[in-house]
Design a protein around this ligand. Structure first.
Ligand SMILES: C[S@@+](CC[C@H](N)C(=O)[O-])C[C@H]1O[C@@H](n2cnc3c(N)ncnc32)[C@H](O)[C@@H]1O
Length: 325
């Protein structure tokens, strides 16, 4: 029978709980973890005490990870016994989650656009609302479909490669160039592109914004850091203490890097081209105004995410007028 976490030798009547505190046996923290149900109940209690919002789900995900069983099996067979060593591994993962490490980093993966991406502390964990950029890109590419391979598509600040790889997986002929200023993030993107079979159509470049990319483009996508600097200390611990600062810090008002991108992109967006950038709702209107200054002939629209937040600034240049032939 397994009990909670006891890596350090302890006197017979004492034990160490998940946070390393010494507790008396019989304490709830030393509950028996020999069945799925007991382990899950214990996990939920530990995570709730640590302030984790989705304690029930996260405890289950960690249990799925250590048992290699799916959710349905775990819920259908609560009295199933945990194999030797499994409970210890579970307690170890629970401890990490209780210290507010994000579940995606603990598992080493997350889902985005129906695909599984490897993630670790070198990259931001892709967020569901960012899938909007992929949808928008697909919409923008639709008129180009017959010769999409000739279109110049760029993603700036690719991180794990979630946006670029999802797009490449969905549009088989597309080629894409993606940049990031963090070489270690590009290594993660490269591995994801290879694992998901699109590495031959993705060019990764290291550098500041559009500097490593020459020429003009038909579609530019960017989810750059946009958290106002003063708000960084108030973020939840999962984000503040674990995700890369270079992926979060958007300068004093959050829009500093986005503004620099707009300045770099002006005069490089082809007629008929699209530029879509994810923003924080607090500066969406200001970014849209800035975009109108840089792209005076373009349509600039602020789009809301499924939760109703102003999330993307979308710039569309009208196509070149076709004269009489
Ligand atoms: C918010 S994360 C987004 C990552 C990924 N695109 C996604 O949506 O999950 C921002 C990314 O931009 C990169 N970045 C920050 N400043 C940059 C800059 N000046 N030039 C290029 N990339 C930058 C960061 O390293 C990070 O990978």
């Amino acid at each position: 029978m397994s009990t909670v976490a006891f890596s350090t030798p302890t006197p017979r009547s004492r034990a160490t709980d998940i946070d390393g505190r010494t507790v008396a046996e019989g304490d709830p923290a030393t509950a028996s973890l020999d069945t799925v149900e007991a382990a899950h109940r214990h996990g939920v209690r530990v995570l709730r005490a640590a302030g984790v919002e989705e304690a029930w789900l996260d405890a289950l995900l960690l249990l799925m990870e250590v048992t290699r069983l799916d959710k349905a099996t775990l819920l259908a067979y609560p009295q199933r016994r945990l194999a030797a060593g499994v409970a210890d591994r579970y307690v170890d993962l629970l401890g990490r989650r209780a210290r507010r490490e994000p579940t995606a980093y603990i598992l080493g993966r997350c889902e985005f656009y129906g695909l599984e991406f490897a993630v670790d502390r070198r990259v931001l964990i892709p967020r569901p609302e960012t899938e909007m950029l992929v949808d928008l890109a697909l919409e923008a590419l639709r008129p180009y479909r017959p010769d999409v391979a000739r279109r110049r598509v760029v993603e700036v600040g690719t991180g794990s490669g979630a946006i670029a790889v999802s797009l490449l997986r969905t549009v088989p002929d597309l080629r894409l160039t993606a940049t990031d200023c963090a070489a270690e993030a590009l290594a993660v993107a490269r591995a994801n592109a290879a694992r998901l079979g699109v590495a031959d159509r993705l060019e990764l470049r290291h550098g500041d914004l559009l500097e490593p990319v020459e020429g003009s483009f038909d579609l530019l996508l960017a989810n750059l850091p946009y958290v106002p600097r003063g708000r960084l200390p108030t973020l939840q611990p999962e984000v503040r203490d674990y995700e890369p600062r270079v992926a979060l810090d958007g300068g004093p008002d959050g829009a500093e890097i986005i503004r620099r991108l707009l300045a770099q992109a002006a005069r490089r967006l082809n007629p008929g081209g699209h530029l879509a950038v994810e923003v924080d709702s607090s500066h969406a209107r200001a970014v849209a105004d800035e975009a109108r200054r840089h792209f005076p002939d373009a349509d600039v629209v602020v789009r809301r995410d499924p939760s109703g937040w102003e999330r993307v600034v979308h710039i569309h240049r009208p196509p070149r007028p076709t004269g009489p032939s």
